[in-house]
Design a protein around this ligand. Sequence first.
Ligand SMILES: C[S@@+](CC[C@H](N)C(=O)[O-])C[C@H]1O[C@@H](n2cnc3c(N)ncnc32)[C@H](O)[C@@H]1O
Length: 451
Amino acid sequence: MVNFDAHINRFISNYSKRKQIQEVSFREIVNDLKLERATHLIHSYPAKLLTLIPYFFLNNNIFSKKGDKILDPFCGSGTVLLEAQIASRYSFGIDSNPLARLITKVKTETYKIRLLEEYKKKILKNYKSIQINEHDFVEFDNIDFWYSKRIKRELTKILFSINQINNDKYKNFFLVCFSNCVRKVSFADPKISVPVKLDLERYDARTKFYKKIEKRVNYVKKVRVIKKYEEIMNNNIDRMAEKNEIVNRNYKSFLISDDVRNFVNHESKKSMVGKIEKESMNLIITSPPYAGAQKYIRASKLNLSWLGIAQNGTLKNLDQMTIGRENYQTDAYKELLETNIEAADRLLKKIHKLNPLRAHIAANYLNEMRNALNEIVNALKTGGYLVLIIGNNNLCGYEFKTHNYLTYILEDLGLKVIFKLVDDIKSYGLMTKRNKTADIINREWVLVFEK
Ligand SMILES: C[S@@+](CC[C@H](N)C(=O)[O-])C[C@H]1O[C@@H](n2cnc3c(N)ncnc32)[C@H](O)[C@@H]1O
């Protein structure tokens, strides 16, 4: 088994001597891993964590051992939970986005391959026999902007076929495959996480870019949705079979809540394991959201709408729960909020003069992160470790040092830094292309604390 003890001991020792951030390349350190193994790729997700980071922090004798409890309180699509399972740990996840919870649930669930194959055949058979009329079509706001009538009809038929499965656990697997498919057959640009319509008129017909978009538009016009769906089901069944080979199914994963700010000793309807007690987690590994860097709910809009989980009004409510969100009423950001972090407040004053909304987003982010971190520290055992993976942010031309501000909050809550690393990220899932007031993220800080 790979073991990263020597690297970790070196990081700890260097930090204790010089208190400096150390430059690393996780791609070089973890060079022997087939990264996207098992079910990691069953569904895309914005700002998905590089698998090799949790892999590194789970395969050593310093931070946790077999059978320990690992928490990811911003679990997104479940990267940490799956890696924890593979490393024979129990894992626990929280996320406010219902799509993230559905993907995580399926990604970490145990399925019988034989049954998946049987259900797949049933879905394909149902699809052939189902007759639907136009008034049966799934409808939500702007659906016709994203889908042609033919595709809407084919997707509706697939959804009807899936809904005939009466075993919820297995149905969820096929709904995740379906959700994966709805973006791929839409007129949304696949390179941008938030749906933006492919629009040929915006580009010069002589450019390479135009040709690419044209190719994509033509593909969507012709695609046979059921064929695409079948391909996704096949790939995901193969992934599940690979997971069955490498995971010991005794090490289960649990979703425990939909809000990181209130989960310790909290009776949540979402919980599959009952209350999570204070000081119950051995290790926490998480990549929290950044101030205004990803629109998780908007990015999941088409998926959530097709799945019937959320539509317009409810999408707004979900967005309200998202830390780092960007939508506020003008009244909310006239006055600048205080964060009680001196360096952040000084910078936010300057930003507020240039762009009051950006300053409000960042200030509110830090205040909500303080509540979240308080709860996270509560859940961690004394002597346990917290690994935080955070990107940098550029606000109105200023570097917003989220990693420093969160360190300040965590030290205030009684945690001690044992080392800090920084890594360049060459490719990091689907990032949102920012306007001039907030840049894309290109470096990642990995902060390790002990309670
Ligand atoms: C950087 S992403 C995590 C990605 C994840 N590591 C993965 O590999 O897919 C941050 C996550 O925080 C979630 N989030 C935002 N506010 C939250 C809240 N109040 N409670 C729980 N999760 C929240 C977002 O929905 C998003 O999925």
